[in-house]
Design a protein around this ligand. Sequence first.
Ligand SMILES: Cc1ncc(C[n+]2csc(CCOP(=O)(O)OP(=O)(O)O)c2C)c(N)n1
Ligand SMILES: [Mg+2]
Length: 549
Amino acid sequence: MADMLKAYGVTHVFHVPAALRKTFAVMEDRTQIKRLHVHGEKSAAYMADGYARASGKPGICMAQVIGALNLAAGLRDAWLAHSPVIAFTGGRDPKTKFRKVYQEVDDVPAFEPVTKLNATVDDVARFPDMVRTAFRVATTGTPGPVHLQFRGNEAQLDGEEAEMEPLIEPQFARVPPFRPEPDQASVLAALKVLQGAQRPVIVAGGGVRASGAQRELVALAEALQIPVVTSLNGKDSIPGNHPLSIGVVGSYSRESANLLVNAADLICFVGTETGGMTTHFWAVPKIGTPAIQIDINPEALGLNYPLQAGVNGDAKVTLQRMLAAADKSSAGQRNAWVAQAQQFRSAWYAKYKSLLESDAVPIHPARICHELSKHVPDDAIVVVDTGHAGMWMGGMYDLKSPNQSYIRSAGHLGWAFPAGLGAKCGAPERPVVTFTGDAGFWYHIGEIETAVRWKINAVTVVNNNGGGNQSKRGFDRVYGGTQTEQARELWTFNKVNFARIAEDMGALGIRVENPSAFPAALAQALAANRPVVIDVVTDIDALAPTAVA
Ligand SMILES: Cc1ncc(C[n+]2csc(CCOP(=O)(O)OP(=O)(O)O)c2C)c(N)n1
Ligand SMILES: [Mg+2]
């Protein structure tokens, strides 16, 4: 097992002790794999997820039987985001099943909705083939989580003996293991529809990152002069400063993107499953809008939007093929459309300029996004939580280089801080900047100690408004307008200084109360070579703009 994980290029595993104890001991002798002992199984899964999304390699997390469902809970975001996370847990022993064994329930069913493969390993001789299968399933097609439950509450199966050959299939050590070629006739059919459109928009999703197809996507958009919007998961498909980049579309979005999509005569979906978040519950675009779609998963094609043409294949290969066959002379017919897209784009900047540059104290979150756009290094990985964090950063942060990555919570509050630590483990040479709200940060705040102990030098920016104020609007609604003082108990917290808490745990803490101090704080954090928490004191009354449809 240790040799196999090493051969698959695993550098870190994330766990709460202990399953596979013997394997851990052997790993120490035979590998350099870091075994990060963390403060909860859910954050172990989120770290493995961040590791996977940052590196493209499966992230490994583990739990003994009593922690198994905590781990399952943590796979939920990886499942929604199609991230290749592999979970190993301890499980029941047939010799004692149903005898009220201490701490034991049947955990397997709980993994069913959050995994591509949910399997048990009951005989030690099955280690090699099942571990191989875990890597193969996690990385192929649309990637996703895998669960293997090993016999024994602590997976003591790894203490038994058998004759085994630890066969390795290195191809499945990262995403994508294959680049399935599309049927050329389907490529040409899609291209014909695309070139014939007067007002097309490309909607790029997380499949573009999984395929590493960002450059091909931008090249096709440039060749045919087609504006690009992205899903939240596909935000790093195109830099925000590219003239054809019009923003994130859908619910946590930028107004310009939604306006553009709803003015289009054709949508070209690339590597997106056209879900509720990306389409603002199928209002952007409306169902019935002419569409074409490219996806590695044939079942995604036409799921929500009936298609004029569908292409089943790897995004990078498909876009290369389209570019090779593209008639660039058709680009000219879209000059007016591109001008309109850029008009939407500049109108957005004009509308939000005063917030992006706001000098207000307490600080306006839009200003943090704007400072991050300006000062996050070109090779950074930006990791963002959900809720308001997703709205602020999805809508208002601009990537300024094709070498930046942007990964985000697929819906779980509290994901970003541990995922950012995992991302730093998966790509230690790159700066990692995480953006989270205070409610999100509270979830796994104990992992500051993990970051210090394992020298995980990620920078975490906390938008600290002393509450979960994304929830405010929802409570205003049910109170019929202004809330009572008591109602605020439902979404506000005591004020704390996260910088001081971070310092107590051995990290560098920086408190920012005035927006002009933020750039220097970020520069100090990036140069510190330590885990850093930048605690930004923000306005509890600032609400992110809601989606237009
Ligand atoms: C696991 C989970 N539970 C609940 C929610 C609902 N939710 C979304 S945002 C939010 C509050 C966010 O607060 P904070 O992180 O402080 O950001 P703020 O809205 O204050 O900017 C909540 C409770 C969620 N997304 N995930
Ligand atoms: Mg908050």
